[in-house]
Write a protein that binds this ligand. Structure first.
Ligand SMILES: [Zn+2]
Length: 451
């Protein structure tokens, strides 16, 4: 077997790994690059393997940095099945059309404003391209071996993280290769705890937080503090949150604070069509998450949804106090930009960051205390309070990754991906020191024979 690394090398986006076995070519994830321009340009380059030569895709989970290039793969000639879990299929039906919509919007904007060297600027892919992917999905249950041919199977095991997220174990004869996917946390309020990794001959592991520990503060308390401080000023609390996963956690925490009688009367709005649809999936898929039916109902009772553009516009203009949860989580696009444009120059308001902020995003600029942020071509002054919840993450931290591996014997080979260079190196050092494992940090295009 051979593994080639076409993404998430030295960075956290663009996950794509090619597994080759006796002439079979299986792509593990097909992610979009996000963040820095030099990485995003890779989305436009010819796909690193000929799409028609790939036999199947096995997807770890629905996040766009793992799935967002599927429309290009299918459009450019891939003819095989796309395996994923039921939960991932539910989310892909929401995420991929949205991703296509954003691509089309950006092309339209560039053409309108003349911000393009191309004539005309074209979207990376269209809604029709993303629809073609949805017809190709083959949802599979966990712990059932998927026969890929030539004696190779793939099996899903739960990774926590978001609905449907899984690790993938490839097996042929006595060899096993485990791709971690994105590993979640035992303490996640909404999503299931990840299963232990188990033994594998070859391990490919994410290291998003390979050099960090999440705070042990109670996220509900941190959230409540931000709410109360903003209310005192009569302001608006804007929470940029990933539509899938993080939004549902924030809403659940608010609903439980309300139930405990600790959340004062303040209207809570969810202003993201995608997040609204994803919140509906909680109702549809009991058992795929930790929340009881009653807990999901409490979210619905508390939160006002603003699906239409008109409702969204009216909400932006509505004075505080209020709480607005809106996407995107790194303020790289979406309706949250309208709320930020209003809130950032306003000393009464608060922007609460609740997730990972990738390099080059507005979210990262805000996190680093930038005095201005560019929105819709305008330099917006940052006068409002900017704060963050430190203890909330969909990703295991360094300690939790070690716990995930606690029942795993020494693999023959270990590869570390999906992290910043410092996180990857810190995890490599730690694995060597504590477990005696020699880990490799692959670079883009590196290829290894693993059995
Ligand atoms: Zn993810």
């Amino acid at each position: 077997m051979r593994i080639t690394f076409f993404g998430a090398t030295g960075t956290v986006t663009g996950s794509r790994f090619l597994v080759e076995h006796q002439g079979l070519r299986i792509l593990v994830d097909c992610g979009l690059y996000q963040g820095l321009r030099k990485l995003r340009l890779r989305n436009w380059a010819a796909f690193p393997v000929k799409p028609a030569s790939v036999d199947a895709v096995v997807l770890t989970h629905a996040h766009i940095d793992h799935s967002g290039m599927l429309p290009v793969l299918v459009r450019d000639g891939f003819k095989g099945p796309i395996f994923c879990t039921e939960g991932s299929a539910d989310l892909l039906r929401i995420l991929l059309p949205d991703a296509a919509h954003l691509q089309e919007e950006e092309a339209r904007y560039r053409n309108k404003e003349g911000l393009t060297k191309h004539n005309p600027a074209l979207p990376l892919y269209t809604a029709a391209d993303s629809d073609a992917v949805l017809g190709r999905l083959q949802p599979m249950p966990e712990h059932v071996a998927i026969d890929l041919g030539k004696g190779l199977t793939a099996t899903y095991q739960n990774a926590g993280h978001i609905l449907g997220a899984s690790s993938i174990r490839f097996e042929e004869n006595d060899n096993s290769v485990l791709f971690s996917g994105d590993v979640g946390r035992k303490s996640d309020p909404v999503h299931l705890a990840p299963e232990k990794a188990g033994n594998a001959d070859v391990l490919v592991m994410e290291c998003t937080y390979g050099d960090r520990l999440h705070g042990d503060e109670d996220p509900a308390e941190e959230l409540l503090t931000a709410v109360l401080r903003t209310m005192e000023r009569g302001g608006t609390l804007v929470i940029p949150a990933f539509a899938v996963g993080r939004t549902q956690i924030i809403l659940h925490l608010l609903a439980e604070l309300k139930r405990a009688g600790r959340l004062p009367d303040i209207p809570v709005f969810l202003d993201s069509p995608m997040a609204i649809h994803t919140t509906d999936v909680l109702f549809k898929s009991p058992g795929a998450h930790r929340l009881s039916h009653e807990a999901v109902c409490r979210i619905r009772d508390l939160v006002q949804f603003t699906p239409t553009p008109e409702e969204s516009k009216a909400l932006t203009a509505r004075p505080g106090p209020k709480i607005v949860v809106s996407a995107s989580g790194m303020a790289s696009g979406g309706r949250v930009l309208h709320h930020l444009r209003r809130a950032l120059p306003n000393r009464k308001d608060t922007v609460l960051l609740v997730g990972f902020q990738a390099a080059g995003t507005r979210g990262e600029a805000l996190e680093n205390g930038s005095p201005t942020v560019k929105i819709f071509g305008l330099d917006i002054r940052v006068e409002c309070e900017v704060t963050r919840i430190t203890s909330l993450s969909a990703h295991a931290d360094a300690e939790e990754l070690m716990q995930w591996l606690s029942e795993t014997g020494k693999p023959r080979q270990t590869f570390l991906v999906h992290g910043r260079p410092t996180g990857l190196q810190a995890m490599a050092d730690r694995l060597l020191e504590e477990r005696g494992w020699d880990a490799t940090i692959p670079e883009f295009g590196d290829s290894f024979v693993v059995s």
